[in-house]
Design a protein around this ligand. Structure first.
Ligand SMILES: Cc1ncc(COP(=O)(O)O)c(C=O)c1O
Length: 402
């Protein structure tokens, strides 16, 4: 199926994309300053400024810039002490990057389900597993089924909505685990009034092009622990112990964000509140526009959450709506509207074979029934009305053939 997107070409007239960046404000000025001064690479004032601005937004702590959210997760897990043969609990329903970060270290994911309402990592299942499925041994938590040491929790604030972080932090405290919060999809969301990304022991953000704000690619590691922040900085800059003689005592990474990317990131961060407000309006408009259509439900917003509404996502009950999510995707594509299914649940991913699943029926159902709708910050109201009208009109219709 063609995407109506040719690399480098403008979005085709009349095509409504899923989620594209919104470049505005000071972006040109800041990036030009990097070009004019020659400060384009991994050291520069914008890198420091982006780190400080993110730390301030997340309510203090320290932030370290990375080339991507995945790189930040990789180092965050190292800082959490995760090593080869350890296990890390994460939701089965997520983009695969956090599980890949676990595998980079030779560690194994334990796949948890998400709750059926808000689609976030289910703390009750995590509690049940830690209490019944594990034994304590010499201060460590051992998975009875695999014999591996459980080392960390990796909740993902999915699709813009916070995970139930207090419940997970309490469990981590009780079982001596570290929590790495993957807030890559949810910058700007609040959990009980507190910003996501700063709720775990370590938090990770992404500035990938499909996120609410972008640096053209980039990430951030955030922590309240100065020792961990210093270690993150060290590991992300090739673990250089003597910058003159180039002495290294351990393996490091070239994971440092460039100044030119950070400049774009700074300009975007200035617009974050406006962009999150736009995403929330989009979610609300879908909520109202699709109300009453049988078999359709948007993911719910928890009373303790102010979601950043990164991607508004529908659950399509095929029996009640009249076609399944994939048929709806195709029918919308024919109307030049781009949508996307939710990710293959990670416990079913061939790339992650060998991980341990706690049973994830909700993730499986949402994979089959979930469909993310156009949610760009710049989505015009008239375009959104076109999406809503198409979905309403298709209700009850047999799928188009072909
Ligand atoms: C849940 C989740 N974790 C991690 C990442 C990785 O971020 P990046 O693309 O910046 O590596 C993404 C998105 O790309 C994501 O959606």
């Amino acid at each position: 199926m063609s995407t109506s997107f040719e690399p480098g070409a403008p979005v085709e007239e009349g095509f409504i994309p899923l989620c594209v960046p919104e470049i505005r404000g000071n972006a040109w000025r800041y990036v030009k300053e990097c070009l004019d001064t020659g400060w384009v690479s991994s050291v520069g004032a914008y890198v420091t400024r982006l780190e400080n601005d993110i730390a301030a937004r997340l309510g203090g702590g320290l932030a370290v810039a990375f080339t991507s959210g995945t790189a930040a997760l990789h180092v965050a897990l190292m800082l959490a002490g995760v090593g080869a043969g350890d296990e890390v609990l994460l939701p089965s329903l997520t983009f695969i990057a956090p599980a890949f970060a676990v595998r980079y270290l030779g560690a194994w994911p334990v796949f948890c389900d998400v709750d059926p309402l808000y689609w976030q990592m289910d703390p009750d299942q995590v509690r049940g597993f830690l209490q019944e499925g594990c034994r304590r041994q010499g201060g460590q938590v051992i998975n009875k089924a695999t014999g591996r040491r459980v080392k960390a929790l990796l909740p993902v604030d999915l699709l813009g909505h916070p995970a139930d972080m207090d419940a997970l932090m309490e469990l981590a405290q009780e079982f001596g685990l570290t929590v790495v919060e993957d807030a890559t999809e949810s910058l700007g969301a609040l959990y009980k009034g507190r910003p996501v990304g700063g709720l775990g022991h370590i938090g990770c953000l992404s500035f990938n092009g499909n996120k609410t704000i972008t640096s053209g690619g980039g990430g951030m590691l955030v922590t309240g622990d100065a020792r961990l922040a210093a270690k993150a900085r060290y590991l992300s800059t090739q673990a250089k112990d003597d910058p003159l003689e180039y002495v290294h005592h351990q393996v490091g990474f070239n994971y440092r964000l460039s100044n030119i990317q950070a400049a774009l990131g700074c300009a975007q961060l200035e617009l974050l509140d406006e962009y999150v407000a736009a995403k929330r309006r989009i979610h609300q408009a879908y909520q109202e526009g699709l109300a009453g259509v049988p078999g359709l439900r948007l993911s719910a917003l928890a009373p303790w959450a102010e979601s950043a509404c990164w991607l508004s996502t529908l659950e399509v009950d095929p029996a009640a709506y009249g076609m399944d999510s994939r048929a709806l995707l195709k029918a919308l594509h024919q109307r030049r509207i781009q949508t996307r299914p939710l990710w293959q649940p990670l416990h079913q991913s061939p790339a992650l074979a060998g991980g341990h699943s706690l049973g994830c029926p909700v993730s499986e159902r949402l994979h089959g029934q979930g469909l993310s709708l156009p949610s760009s910050v710049g989505l015009a109201p008239a375009d959104q009305e076109r999406v809503v009208a198409a979905i309403r009109q298709l209700a009850g219709q047999a799928p188009d053939q072909g």
